[in-house]
Write a protein that binds this ligand. Structure first.
Ligand code: SF4
Length: 230
């Protein structure tokens, strides 16, 4: 496991739980608006997993759960063992993923190693290349979505609402694909703080205004009752 950081307390990352958030380092996507560029490309500042386990041991009585996010956690070769160890300490796990490794997600679900899963659906799967990734397949993203919807564990899909990745037609299509999901979160996009590729947004219309967000919510609600703006 290459761990790039830890947030020791969070009230918002794992629904209804006080959690800590573990950030894995390395990502196979290239989202221009990524707010964690230090977790995308090496060199990384890393934390030894043993330090994480020692921390969790100390905080057993104070934390209700552990969030594993990234970067992209499913790139980590030891993710299965890492989750196994955290579960053996009694912590429920929430996994955040970009959906690029459906087999890994399936394996974790099958072995009851995750208790909540959140997947980003960044645009229509066919549009990931070249906007958001250099090397992924639309079928892979769609496969991850299906696995999660049929997983039987609580889950959510999330879309960061920035142009040109999103418009009303795209929200319609994403919502159709994730029909049956527990929860769909439309996240207000912003370019504050450091982002991966600021140059991408120069001379572009990228903002989505409040009225457009409300329209997206109405569009998505046709397919997913529980659609929220965050
Ligand atoms: S926002 Fe995109 S580039 Fe950044 S960590 Fe997530 S998937 Fe990777």
């Amino acid at each position: 496991m290459i761990i790039g950081g830890i947030q020791k307390n969070s009230l918002i990352d794992f629904p209804a739980k006080i959690s800590c958030v573990i950030f894995t380092a390395g990502c196979n996507f290239d989202c221009p608006y990524c707010h964690n560029p230090e977790l995308v490309d090496p060199p990384f500042t890393t934390i030894n997993p043993e330090e994480i386990f020692a921390f969790l041991n100390k905080r057993k009585s104070l934390l209700d759960g552990v969030v594993i996010t990234g970067g992209e956690p499913t790139l980590q070769k030891n993710l299965f063992d890492f989750c196994t160890q955290i579960k053996s300490m009694g912590f429920p796990i929430k996994l955040d993923t970009n959906g690029s490794h459906p087999d890994t997600v399936q394996n974790l679900i099958k072995n009851h190693l995750i208790d909540y899963i959140a997947m980003d659906v960044k645009t229509i799967p066919e549009k990931y290349i070249p906007l958001l990734a250099k090397n992924t397949k639309a079928e892979t993203i769609r496969e991850s979505i299906l696995i999660i919807i049929n997983s039987g564990i609580p889950h959510e899909f999330r879309t960061t609402c920035l142009k040109p990745f999103i418009d009303n037609d795209i929200i319609y299509e994403i919502s159709r694909i994730i029909k049956g999901a527990d929860l769909y979160v439309l996240q207000k996009g912003n370019l504050e703080n450091t982002i991966l590729h600021p140059e991408f947004f120069q001379n572009r219309e990228w903002q989505v205004n409040a009225t457009e967000m409300e329209n997206f919510q109405k569009t998505a609600s046709v397919f997913i009752k529980n659609t929220i703006i965050r």
